[in-house]
Design a protein. Structure first.
Length: 268
């Protein structure tokens, strides 16, 4: 693996890291700021609405049955599902597809192999490493901001649920990235990136709409199924089985991406 190529890939995507890092921090700050402005009566009203909501509402937005309204529930509903699971998951897949598609559009794939020099597999793995580094930075941004705001708003409390939530989120983002790599390696270049991002959103919708039905097995085929954010937040669990499943999925998707990428025409 070429360190020079890795450094180049990271430098090429630094604006993505800075821009999305700021977006994550600002959205999280706004979400938690709004919590701080809620008066006790408003919190009680929200708690009552949550408890009386149809089960499908909570199932769709938080992967669970109706629960009591707490800080953890508010955090997951208002921030984590929307920004981390959906938006960052879709972004990771989009960037993964772009790592391949941009080679074709920018005619850089062959140049990277000639200039380094390295194999196609090496180029793809370096780009994956760069995207993993981006996922790590965004995850750390979310974690540090989350812990700081929890300390300021609710007096700290038990911080380990946030650590576990983000540690489990990192393999989720990496797996979304490898899904994008596969999409970029197999789909036409004009639809690969939006399709990869759309697949993450579609997986979440498919999982939530089939949960508790005769088609619940569909959820097992989705990446989002293996990131139980609400359960981690409420019960402070360590999702060992789910993380192992995400790791296996990521390895399989990466292997398939390498196979198809090695067969793809890359103009010089």
């Amino acid at each position: 693996m070429s360190l020079a190529l890795l450094e180049y890939e990271l430098r090429l995507r630094r604006r993505v890291v800075i821009g999305w890092g700021l977006l994550v921090a600002l959205w999280l700050a706004f979400t938690i700021w709004y919590w701080s402005t809620l008066e006790e009566s408003a919190v009680e009203e929200l708690r009552r609405l949550i408890e009386q909501s149809p089960e499908w509402v909570i199932r769709f937005f938080a992967k669970g049955s109706p629960v009591a309204f707490t800080y953890q529930v508010y955090y997951v509903l208002e921030y984590h599902v929307t920004v981390y699971v959906l938006l960052l998951g879709a972004l990771a897949a989009y960037l993964g597809a772009g790592a391949v598609v941009d080679d074709v559009l920018g005619r850089t794939g062959g140049l990277a192999m000639l200039a380094t020099p390295t194999s196609r597999t090496g180029v793809l793995l370096v780009r994956l490493a760069a995207l993993v580094a981006i996922a790590v930075v965004l995850t750390l941004t979310s974690l540090i901001t989350s812990m700081a705001l929890q300390l300021a708003l609710v007096g700290g409390g038990e911080p380990w649920w946030l650590v576990k939530l983000h540690l489990a989120g990192l393999p989720y983002l990496v797996t979304c990235t490898t899904l994008g790599l596969l999409a970029g390696s197999t789909l036409p270049i004009n639809i690969a990136k939006p399709t990869a991002a759309g697949l993450v959103l579609a997986m979440y919708v498919a999982e939530m709409t089939t949960k508790g039905t005769g088609l619940e097995w569909v959820g097992l085929l989705t990446i989002t199924h293996y990131y139980p954010a609400l359960e981690i937040a409420l019960n402070n669990i360590t999702p060992v089985t789910e993380t192992a499943a995400l790791t296996v999925i990521a390895v399989v998707l990466t292997t398939l991406s390498i196979i198809f990428y090695n067969r793809k025409d890359l103009p010089v």
